[in-house]
Structure formats: structure tokens, C-alpha cells
Design a protein around this ligand. Structure first.
Ligand code: URP
Ligand code: ZN
Ligand code: ZN
Length: 463
């Protein structure tokens, strides 16, 4: 006996059609109109949208950063993700300087083991190629372990930043393997100089985190990393958290030249801004200290258009939560000590649907594409994930397009004492969430079991 999701509108990147979805075990057996009930457990989806489970490709769960550890571990983070309609996350394993990548892989598998509530995969954040580049061969070993994307930071000098030669050598290797290099693009050393000038002038409050990271520092880094990719013979590049128009235009220019460059933006850059959300009294702005920082409001429309026009392919969260009371306050009196990052894993689908589809900025099909299908394709999980089709994992959302919901820290499942989207009202929410055929969320309540989530061994994505 299977589960028959009946009477809903099934949406993919290509089309929307009235159809039923039959689930047998962990996978989808059939998607077609008029499947007969035949003893299956029927889920009435009349008036509902039936969507592939969301895929959030940019999360930092249980990550040591900025002198503390991100506030959501694998249990809390993936439970909150599921409640918000995300059924797969790709988290970052972080290589420690002086230690091999394989060690980070083991560490992150241990962090997730027995805790993940939904399926998860890993990127490897590379900080060190080792003595005489001895660890470059680990790139091949990581691909064999299912890690087909490698992250580098052009920001955070003396912590995570790597130099251009390291990026170039990594790209030469990923180019051979067909793997992807994900890039945090900001000119870290120039930003550091501006930061020192701000501190010397007595500007110590959180607003100066944003003011010392100009859009040009991001655009320059995107431009440079595109050039490095060309130098490496056309290595595949994915720019994470594109936050502003200038940086986005660098992605656009690279794509117009036919280069293998893709990118994402995050909800915070689409609906929050320096004008609306910073400049609050006291230390409140610390809640919005993430990197890249919030930008001027005028950047939002071009970013939405870039998502619509496939200049940017993905919407992610960069979920890196820190509590205000005891974590953000580490930076009282010195903004450089505020742990960088914000919570968002729970609200991505609701916000993207409401501000994207309901407001007419993107079509329903494009919403599915940027939140699920493109992430699966770009990161080597398609068609196992990202689409409702026979043979795919039964990661399914029964999405109520009329459900109204107000985002607030008081009821959220993320373990922060605030929400950057506090008071935002959305229409459209997941009514039921299935992960590999199991009902894990019912009307906003997690009903799955902790630790059921599996590691997803990703393939090297196709061209
Ligand atoms: O502020 C952020 N984004 N923290 C997480 C690390 C990163 O840069 O993605
Ligand atoms: Zn980053
Ligand atoms: Zn990040």
C-alpha cells in the first residue's frame, strides 16, 4: 500500500498540471492524472500545490565561527528546515588550517549522525592545500565520498581566506574532475583595511560592519574569480550569496561570455535593506550582521530580475544563526567581534513564494526551479531530488497557497532569540512535508523522527 496525493496541482520547473502522485516506499512510483485509490492511503490535495521538497544549498549548522558555534545543530536546523518545506540541505564541512579535508569530512559526518531530520549533503570548504599542495589529491577523494563542490572564501583574512594561487590550483583540479568551486566573493584584504580605518575613527557599532564592506569589494572579487576560472581553463564556478546589483552584473557578464558561472542570492538581500533594517538604537543592528552585509534597497529589484532571467539560478539561506543575548553580544564595543551570520533556514520557501510568486516577480514554475530543481541539477542530485517524477525520492510538499502565516521568533523552530524577518506576513506555506515517503511535517508540526535524515552522496554535475 502506498500514499496517493490526490487532486493537487503538480509543479515542476517546466509545467504545472492537475495530477496525482503515487508514493511507494521511499520513492515516487507514478505522477499522472486520475490514479485510482486502490487501497492506497489518500492525501486529499484539492486546492493545493504539490511541489518538490525545497533544497537549501547554503547552510552552516553546528559551525565554529567568530569565536563561537552557530546556534542550530543538525537536529534543530534540519527540523526547522523541514517545517519550512525544505527536505534537503547542503551544509559546509569546514577544513581547519593545517588539517586535511578528510578530517573535516569525518567531523561533519559525526555532527550529523543520528541528528539530521531530513537528507543532507556536504560541500567542502577548503582553507589549506597542505605542505607542497599535498592535500590537492584529497579533492579527488572528496569527490569519491560524494562531495562534488568545494567552497573557498576570498574574505575573512587570517581565518578562512585563501589566496588567488590556492583558488587557481583548486580550480585546475576541479576542472579535471568536473566538480564545482563555490565562492564567497569579497575582497578580504581591502575590506580589512577599511575596517581598521573605521575602528581607528572610533566607529565600533554594528552598522560599520556593513559600511566597511562596499559593493565594489564584492563585485571586484566576482570579477577576479571569473578570471581565475578562465585561467584554469574554464573551471565551473558558483558564486554564493550575491548581495547586490554590481556583483550580479559581473555574473551576468561572465555568463554572456559563455563562461561556466552560476550563482545564488538569499532572501535577506531580496527583502531586507540597510535603510529599512539597520540604524536601530543600541546594539540591535548586530542581529543583521552577516556577510556580505545588507545593501541599499535599490539592489532588490535587480536581484529579483536576475533570478527571473536565470542570471542567478538559486535561492538559498546562508543560514548561520547566532543568538543575540550571548553570541552577537560578543561584539559589543567592537563590530569585528560580532559573529557573522543570521537565521533563515525555516523561512526561505514561504518568503520566496510570497515575495516572488504572489508579488508577480517570478512564476510558480521558476519558484520551483530556483528553490529545488536548479539546486539539485547544479549540485549533482538530479533527478533523485528536485523533481516529482517516477523514480525520484518522494520528497514532496503539499503546499497551501492560501495559508497565512506571520513570521516571529516567538513561534519559530530555529534556536535563535530573534528573527531577521520578525513580523513578516506571508501567504503560502507547507501543509504537509514528505521526506523519502515519510510524513515528517503536518500542519507546522514536526512528526518525523530525529536522526532519520541520510547523507546524500552527490555526483559531479553534468555540463
Ligand atoms: O555571515 C555569514 N554569511 N556567515 C556565514 C559564513 C559565510 O560567509 O557564508
Ligand atoms: Zn560567505
Ligand atoms: Zn555561508
Amino acid at each position: 500500500m502506498g500514499i496517493l496525493i490526490k487532486g493537487g496541482k503538480v509543479v515542476s520547473a517546466a509545467t504545472t498540471m492537475l495530477a496525482d502522485v503515487l508514493v511507494e516506499g521511499e520513492t515516487i512510483a507514478q505522477v499522472a492524472p486520475g490514479i485510482t485509490a486502490n487501497g492506497h492511503r489518500v492525501v486529499d490535495a484539492t486546492g493545493m500545490l504539490v511541489l518538490p521538497g525545497g533544497i537549501d544549498v547554503h547552510t552552516h549548522l553546528d559551525m565554529p565561527f567568530g569565536g563561537t558555534v552557530s546556534a542550530d545543530d543538525y537536529e534543530w536546523g534540519t527540523r526547522a528546515a523541514a517545517i519550512g518545506g525544505t527536505t534537503t540541505v547542503i551544509d559546509f564541512a569546514l577544513q581547519s588550517m593545517g588539517h586535511p579535508m578528510s578530517e573535516a569530512f569525518k567531523t561533519w559526518r559525526a555532527k550529523s549522525e543520528g541528528k539530521a531530520c531530513i537528507d543532507y549533503a556536504l560541500h567542502m570548504a577548503v582553507t589549506d592545500l597542505g605542505p607542497n599542495d599535498a592535500w590537492l589529491d584529497e579533492v579527488d577523494a572528496m569527490v569519491a565520498e560524494g562531495i562534488s563542490s568545494f567552497k573557498i572564501f576570498m574574505a575573512y583574512p587570517n581565518a578562512l581566506m585563501v589566496d588567488d594561487a590556492t583558488i587557481f590550483k583548486l580550480m585546475q583540479r576541479t576542472k579535471k574532475l568536473g566538480a564545482l568551486v563555490c565562492v564567497h566573493a569579497e575582497n578580504g584584504t581591502v575590506i580589512d583595511a577599511i575596517v581598521q580605518q573605521a575602528l581607528a575613527a572610533g566607529h565600533t557599532g554594528p552598522l560599520y560592519h556593513a559600511l566597511s564592506r562596499p559593493v565594489e569589494a564584492e563585485a571586484e572579487a566576482v570579477h577576479r574569480v571569473v578570471a581565475l576560472s578562465e585561467l584554469a581553463g574554464g573551471a565551473k564556478v558558483y558564486i554564493v550569496h550575491v548581495s547586490n546589483e554590481k556583483a550580479m552584473l559581473e555574473v551576468k557578464a561572465a555568463r554572456e561570455r559563455g563562461l561556466p558561472v552560476q550563482g545564488e542570492t538569499c532572501m535577506q538581500y531580496l527583502v531586507l535593506s540597510i535603510e529599512d533594517d539597520m540604524g536601530k538604537p543600541g546594539f540591535e543592528d548586530a542581529k543583521y550582521v552577516f556577510t556580505p552585509p545588507l545593501r541599499e534597497k535599490k539592489n532588490q529589484a535587480p536581484l529579483w530580475k536576475a533570478l527571473k532571467d536565470d542570471v542567478l539560478q538559486v535561492i538559498s539561506t546562508d543560514h548561520c544563526p547566532f543568538r543575540f543575548a550571548d553570541q552577537k553580544t560578543l561584539g559589543l564595543g567592537n563590530f569585528t567581534k560580532i559573529p557573522n551570520g543570521g537565521p533563515g533556514i525555516e523561512n526561505r520557501m514561504q518568503l520566496a513564494y510570497h515575495h516572488g510568486v504572489n508579488q508577480g516577480r517570478i512564476s510558480l514554475e521558476r519558484f520551483v526551479e530556483i528553490s529545488a530543481e536548479a539546486p539539485a541539477r547544479i549540485f549533482g542530485m538530479y533527478p533523485r531530488k528536485g523533481i516529482l517524477a517516477a523514480g525520484s525520492d518522494a520528497d514532496i510538499l503539499v503546499w497551501d497557497p492560501e495559508a497565512k502565516y506571520t513570521i516571529t521568533a516567538a513561534t519559530q523552530n530555529m534556536h535563535t532569540d530573534y528573527s531577521i524577518f520578525e513580523g513578516f506576513q506571508v501567504k503560502g506555506n507547507a501543509r504537509q512535508v514528505f521526506s523519502r515517503g515519510e510524513l515528517v511535517v503536518d500542519s507546522g508540526r514536526f512528526v518525523g523522527t530525529v536522526g532519520r535524515g541520510r547523507y546524500v552522496h552527490r555526483e559531479v554535475p553534468g555540463e
